[in-house]
Design a protein around this ligand. Structure first.
Ligand code: DX5
Ligand code: ZN
Length: 213
């Protein structure tokens, strides 16, 4: 299991210190939550802060867009060369076109599904994706409780993935901790995002390692 700590739970007054700490503690990716105050009821960070994060991160960025105008934000963040850019299927009229665009920029495309969206919504996109991100909370805030229905959903997606595109990874985001990591692993999940669990832990290395099962 790979681990992508969510910067949303970092101390923004000490962002460089916290980014360096999670990278040193052995995380696999740095998860960056971009919210525009429209698609979700919260506003986070834009290109100035994300480029500061990119400068001090020694692990690849996993940028999670929670915005209305996906194409505009893909163009803004592409120069930072993240490993992944993920966008919500609920907010995109032309997801196939956007996947092609992200790939043409040399970035791995990923799609995010909100808790209510079935895996079948992306059946015909799966073959073109590098990753699918399943939300296990409603997007917008860190520190929420894990929505259990993501487990059967991950199992269903995992079966679809094995048939259609075995290389496509499954990521889960929201309320992840040492309490649910084994269920997620058994359901076929490859990467977890963890915000409050990692940043509120007294030992970040221990927290990250407890999820790298
Ligand atoms: C929620 C974000 C998550 C969140 C995870 O919209 O996408 O990445 O920050 O935080 P925790 O792990 O605290 O639920
Ligand atoms: Zn996220």
């Amino acid at each position: 299991m790979k681990v992508a700590p969510s910067v949303l739970s970092a101390d923004f007054g000490n962002l460089q210190r916290d980014i360096e700490a999670i990278c040193k503690a052995g995380c696999d990716f740095v998860h960056v939550d971009v919210m525009d105050g429209h698609f979700v009821p919260n506003l986070t960070i834009g290109p100035v802060v994300v480029s500061a994060i990119a400068k001090c991160a020694t692990k690849p960025l996993d940028i999670h867009l929670m915005v209305e105008n996906n194409t505009f934000f893909v163009d803004l963040f592409a120069p930072l060369k993240p490993e992944y850019i993920s966008f919500h299927i609920e907010e995109e009229k032309h997801p196939h076109r956007l996947i092609q665009k992200i790939r043409s920029l040399g970035i791995k495309p990923a799609i995010v599904l909100n808790p209510h969206t079935p895996p079948e919504a992306i059946e015909y996109l799966l073959q073109d994706l590098d990753m699918v991100l399943l939300m296990s909370v409603n997007p917008g805030f860190g520190g929420q409780s894990f929505i259990e229905s993501v487990i059967p959903k991950a199992k269903r997606l995992s079966a679809m993935r094995d048939k259609i595109n075995p290389k496509c990874l499954i990521e889960v985001d929201g309320g992840v901790s040492d309490k649910n990591i084994h269920m997620l692993k058994d359901a076929g999940v490859d990467i977890v995002v963890a915000g409050s669990y990692v940043f509120n832990h007294s030992n970040k290395k221990e927290a990250i390692e407890s999820l790298q099962i």
